[in-house]
Design a protein around this ligand. Structure first.
Ligand code: GTP
Ligand code: MG
Length: 195
C-alpha cells in the first residue's frame, strides 16, 4: 500500500469524543516503551506524526491519525509499566479497555511486544482477554534491529510455544524495526487486505 497522506486528527481522554465517521480503525497497543508511536511513524513514513520518547508513558491519550483520507491509525497509551504511578496506570487501562469495547469499526488491534523479552504475563493475559472477547488482533515483535537473527528466531519460537499453551494456533504475527523499516510492507499489506 502506498501512503499518500497521514494527518493527526484528534487526541482524546474521553472515548465518546473519538471520530464517529465510520472509517476502519487499526489500533496499536502494548507495554509502555515497546515502540507503538515509533512504528506508526515508520509505517506512515511521517517522522514526528506520533510523539515518541525514550521515557515510558509518553502517549497518554487515544490519538487518531487519518491515513490516505480513508482509514484511521490509532495510537494508544501503553500498559503495564512499573514506574508509572498507580492511578495513571488505572486511567490508561480504563481508557484502553473502553476504547476496545466501544469501537465498532476497530478492524484489528496490533499488540506490540519487544522481541528481546521473554513472554510477559501482562501481554499473554491481555491476548487471552482479547480472544475471550472476540477482538481481532495480531502480534508485532518490535525492535528487531536490536537482536541478531538467530536470537530473534529463538525468541519468537519461545513466544509461540508459550501462546500455544492457550491458543490452538499462533495469531498472525509480524517482525518490525522502526529503525530500519523492517516489516513495513508486510504490515501495510495486511492492513490493505483486511480494510
Ligand atoms: P509509550 O507511548 O510511552 O507507551 O511508548 P511507545 O510504545 O509509544 O514507544 P515509543 O515509540 O515512544 O518508543 C520508545 C523508545 O524506543 C524510543 O526511545 C524509541 O526511539 C525506541 N524505539 C522504538 N522502536 C524502535 C525500534 O524499532 N528500534 C530501536 N532500536 N528503537 C526503537
Ligand atoms: Mg507512544
Amino acid at each position: 500500500m502506498i501512503i499518500t497522506s497521514a494527518q493527526f486528527v484528534m487526541s482524546n481522554s474521553d472515548i465518546t469524543k473519538c471520530p464517529t465517521d465510520n472509517k476502519a480503525e487499526y489500533a496499536f497497543i502494548g507495554r509502555s516503551n515497546v515502540g507503538k508511536s515509533s512504528l506508526i511513524n515508520m509505517l506512515t513514513n511521517h517522522k514526528g506524526l506520533a510523539k515518541i520518547s525514550s521515557k515510558p508513558g509518553k502517549t497518554q491519550l487515544v490519538n487518531h491519525f487519518l491515513i490516505n483520507k480513508e482509514w484511521y491509525v490509532v495510537d494508544l497509551p501503553g500498559y503495564g509499566f512499573a514506574k508509572v504511578a498507580k492511578n495513571t496506570k488505572q486511567r490508561f487501562s480504563k481508557l484502553i479497555f473502553s476504547f476496545i469495547e466501544s469501537r465498532p469499526n476497530l478492524v484489528n488491534l496490533f499488540v506490540l511486544v519487544d522481541c528481546r523479552h521473554e513472554p510477559q504475563g501482562k501481554d499473554v493475559d491481555f491476548m487471552e482477554w482479547l480472544g475471550v472477547n472476540g477482538v481481532p488482533f495480531s502480534i508485532i515483535f518490535t525492535k528487531a534491529d536490536k537482536l541478531a537473527k538467530q536470537k530473534l528466531s529463538d525468541n519468537i519460537k519461545a513466544y509461540e510455544k508459550e501462546l500455544l499453551n492457550t491458543w490452538e494456533e499462533m495469531p498472525p504475527y509480524f517482525i518490525s524495526s522502526a529503525s530500519n523499516g523492517q516489516g513495513r510492507e508486510e504490515i501495510l499489506s495486511y492492513i490493505e487486505e483486511t480494510n
